[in-house]
Design a protein around this ligand. Sequence first.
Ligand code: ADP
Ligand code: MG
Length: 317
Amino acid sequence: MNEFSLIDCYFKQRALHRPDLIFGIGDDAACLRIPAHQDLLVSTDTLVSGVHFLPSWDPYDIAIKAAMVNISDMAAMAAQPAWISLALTLPELNTEWLEAFSKGLAETLAPFNIALIGGDTTRGPLSITLNIMGLAPQGAAVRRTGAKPGDRIYLSGSIGAAALAVDFLYDDSINPEDKQILMKKLQHPEARVDFIPILRQYATSAIDISDGLSADLNHILTASGHGACLDLNKLPIHALVHQYKATQAIDFALKGGDDYELCYTIPAEKEAAMREALVQSGLSAHCIGVIEAQAGLRGLTDSGHIIALEALGYQHF
Ligand code: ADP
Ligand code: MG
């Protein structure tokens, strides 16, 4: 097997087709037809071995994670993911690894109707870069810039479990069933594309939680030019974080990344309608705070005090 039969066998044959994909894998570039009155949104995420995943992980799980973190970026923009390309760097031609990886990738992309349209395959230290493209009606993409004082801050699900999984990565002293739940949170995050209609209709800003709630919310605050106060008692923290880290639960929720839930802001006067829309869609989200004119991130404690919070999260440099 060489580079080209590898691409054909593991990626081309497994790629799904969409009518807006004129041609994909096999030419020097793919050709896409963007529907009229739609905007194209583009995003890239790289996963490096030893940083975002361990080389010992099942390649099937690595593929799921790589795809989901990219799909999550589209969800955070309220864009419907449509096409993806893959730049894959492998230390060796390992057919077993490729079989599991390409299966995980195809199985993750299929339910979202995302077509793999091309890529690049090279030899070197294991790393996976996906370039994802999605569509939104013209002007409907939700940015980080639109939060206004008085807006309510919402979170699409519970947080902290993925960071707890990282904490227990080399620790097998915890209950194996709990460890399995945590590893699933870390390896198989669920991109919240189910929130796209809610974001398009109500959100003034949105972001996905990749580095940690405080760091990611702070991106919204900086981009929007405002501050926020979080109700620290209302953070939807995963039950296992409470169980294993009772005294540090809020820290895990604020600083722990990898959850890929969505944090979004909505105007206070639309809150009732948004909550009704959530119920209609079978979704749940939690109000965790409010945008304020005063810059900076603050937190309301259970004793009723307001404390300054640091915008801490994962940073590569
Ligand atoms: P070129 O030499 O013109 O850069 P390549 O030989 O790198 O082309 O790739 C041949 C075709 O296979 C291209 O259409 C490219 O997009 C696609 N491709 C390469 N690697 C991958 C991959 N890992 N997954 C999907 N498509 C790939
Ligand atoms: Mg190439």
